[in-house]
Design a binder for this molecule. Structure first.
Ligand code: DAH
Length: 348
């Protein structure tokens, strides 16, 4: 009897000191003490050898012993479940933590933010519009009526076929010029906004073309806005973006929503004007389209073209990023390859 009580006591000490770092160890504890062939069962089996007058006292000891084992098991199970170890003393809280891998901005967002900041300094606010557009905002309002041949310049993804569904066409906007329309229908001049955003065209994906890309549109409408203002604004932008050595040139062009229209080239940053594949050996690269807002566009929004004039421009963010960071393949921007993306971690 004495011997048995001593045994129970040493088991109790063992149980109190037991630990489990994971669910397997907690289970091992259960099997050892509480299993069908476990210690608690074995000790209970000793009851039959205990003299009758001691049975009551021994019963109480046994119950307490069993309860201790059960409670300990519950505790071990819980700790193992939450992953925390009961070996608290083993954790050294003074050790430095593991490095956290910080992400970084996408190069297109870096450049977008730079563009927004440069124009912000000239008083341009940011305006946004939907990527799913109706025919009017993307084309009609921008002086591209139905059957206008210039619609073919931009291969459009249509969401519905009006010939089948009736009503107006819904499409993925082909340019951020649609946001000009969104702004003019809500706001009266003076208007001074830039509109960054994603645009879509039905193009086969290659190093030089993609079915989605990003543009920044600019629109400035006020009294006495002239082509000289357009040139000076864009010249300021280029110098801030690429540095003071960059030269610009304007070439006459055609866009339905501007008259006159011009495309702006900058001197090639890669070869400094000597000629290379990026500038197709001309020393110049085109970076944007621009012009004076067409009177018909103003009229679409009841803006009096005798009182107000304006300029607009649209540039591709991928193109600016390519020139700034020498990225030669457009597909890299959407492949999410961490080896490509992490190269831009130094920039804001
Ligand atoms: N929307 C034109 C494009 O996607 C770019 C553009 C050209 C925008 C001239 C303008 C502009 O605002 O004046 O190709």
């Amino acid at each position: 009897m004495e011997e048995l009580l001593q045994k129970i006591e040493s088991y109790q000490l063992e149980i109190t000191a037991a630990t489990a770092v994971n669910a397997e160890e907690a289970e091992a504890f259960r099997i050892k003490y509480l299993g069908t062939k476990g210690i608690v069962k074995a000790v209970m089996g000793e009851m039959k050898n205990v003299p009758n007058e001691k049975k009551k006292e021994f019963g109480l000891t046994l119950n307490a012993f069993k309860q201790l084992a059960e409670e300990k098991y519950e505790q071990l199970k819980q700790n193992a479940g939450t992953g925390s170890s009961t070996k608290k003393e083993a954790i050294d809280f003074s050790l430095p933590g593991d490095d956290i891998q910080l992400g970084n901005r996408h190069p297109l967002n870096i450049v977008r933010n730079q563009i927004v900041s440069i124009f912000g300094r000239l008083g341009f606010a940011v305006a946004e519009g939907p990527e799913i557009e109706d025919d009017w905002h993307n084309f009609g309002a921008m002086n591209l009526p139905e059957d206008h041949p210039a619609r073919d310049m931009q291969d459009t993804f249509y969401i519905n076929d009006p010939a089948v569904t009736g009503g107006a066409a819904w499409l993925l906007r082909t340019h951020t010029s649609s946001v000009q329309a969104r702004v003019m229908e809500k706001q009266k001049p003076p208007i001074r906004v830039i509109c960054p955003g994603r645009v879509y065209r039905n193009e086969t994906i290659s190093a030089r073309a993609h079915c989605f890309f990003h543009q920044v549109e600019g629109l400035y409408i006020d009294k006495n806005v002239s082509f000289a203002d357009l040139k000076q604004t864009l010249y300021f932008f280029v110098q801030e973006m690429f540095g003071k050595d960059v030269k610009v040139r304007f070439r006459p062009s055609y866009f339905p929503f501007t008259e006159p229209s011009a495309e702006m080239d900058i001197s090639c940053l890669i070869c400094k004007g000597d000629g290379c594949p990026v500038c197709k050996h001309t020393g110049w690269v085109e970076i944007l389209g621009s012009g004076m807002v067409h009177p018909k566009v103003l009229a679409n929004f009841n803006i009096d073209a005798d009182t107000f004039t304006g300029f607009a421009f649209g540039m591709g963010i991928e193109r600016i990023t390519q020139l700034k960071y020498r990225v030669n393949d457009l597909r890299l921007y959407s492949q999410n390859d961490i080896r490509f993306l992490k190269q831009f971690s130094g920039a804001l």
